[in-house]
Design a protein around this ligand. Structure first.
Ligand SMILES: [Zn+2]
Ligand SMILES: [Zn+2]
Length: 244
């Protein structure tokens, strides 16, 4: 059990920022991850406009949203918070880094370069879209071509919404995005997950906490969790520093 003191948080933050390569562009990173969704949106819109789409095809949209919400919950719980082959790098960027730099009452990024510590790498987003493509093909064959494109489109936009919402939670709470009431409500849910005492057990949904509710992993309200103290405890250690 390691204590996450403010000094340790500052040190991990400084080391993480020093590790960001000189060529890194936070706005390029954001444009790449959202741009992947935009490309799929344009492709799917063009294809769907040329296809006969039955109203029943639209059922694919809520079904994919449900599945994606469950997937988000389980991957966050089992991959981002447990170090396992071959996903060690994902764990290293999440539990001992993202969760040490940002804690419940100090969630905001302090500079644009910190987008590197919040956003998923563009290749990760692309990987998820590419992984969804064969499933979309199967849906296209077994259901209809329109349903197949709707599958790919919904999965891609869900991924982009995850990225944008997570970034919004880590925007300063007084900013235009941070002041939005819906964002503030969802941020409170994610911020509880950033309490190191709770992160391994509660609030794994980042978009909408549906499967946290279904699977009973909603964190207790702050007033019911009065074991306060200024020292934060977590079962994590800093990620190994990699040569640049
Ligand atoms: Zn976060
Ligand atoms: Zn987490």
């Amino acid at each position: 059990m390691e204590t996450i003191t403010p000094e340790r948080r500052d040190r991990v933050r400084q080391e993480a920022i020093a590790d960001i390569p000189w060529w890194y562009s936070p706005w390029g990173h954001l444009a790449a991850t959202t741009g992947i969704g935009l490309v799929v949106l344009v492709l799917a819109t063009v294809r769907l406009a040329a296809l006969p789409v039955d109203p029943t095809d639209l059922l694919v949209v809520p079904l994919v949203c449900l599945f994606a919400n469950a997937f988000e919950h389980q991957v966050h719980k089992r991959v981002l918070h447990r170090r396992m082959w071959p996903f060690e790098v994902i764990y290293d960027k999440h539990t001992p880094l993202h969760h040490v730099v940002y804690v419940e009452h100090d969630m905001a990024v302090r500079s644009a370069r910190e987008l590197r510590l919040v956003l998923i790498p563009a290749m990760g987003v692309l990987g998820i879209v590419v992984t969804a493509a064969p499933f979309a093909l199967v849906v296209g064959r077994l259901w209809s071509a329109g349903a197949g494109w709707l599958f790919l489109l919904t999965a891609s936009l869900f991924m982009v919404s995850y990225e944008l919402l997570h970034l919004a939670y880590h925007a300063p709470s007084g900013s235009l995005v941070g002041r939005n009431r819906i964002i503030a409500k969802l941020r409170a849910h994610h911020a509880r997950h950033h309490d190191p005492r709770l992160m391994q057990r509660y609030n794994f949904n980042v978009t909408v906490p549906l499967f946290d509710w279904v699977l009973g992993t909603m964190a207790p309200k702050p007033e019911h969790d009065a074991r306060a103290g200024d020292a934060w405890h977590a079962t994590c250690s800093p990620p190994p520093r990699r040569p640049r």
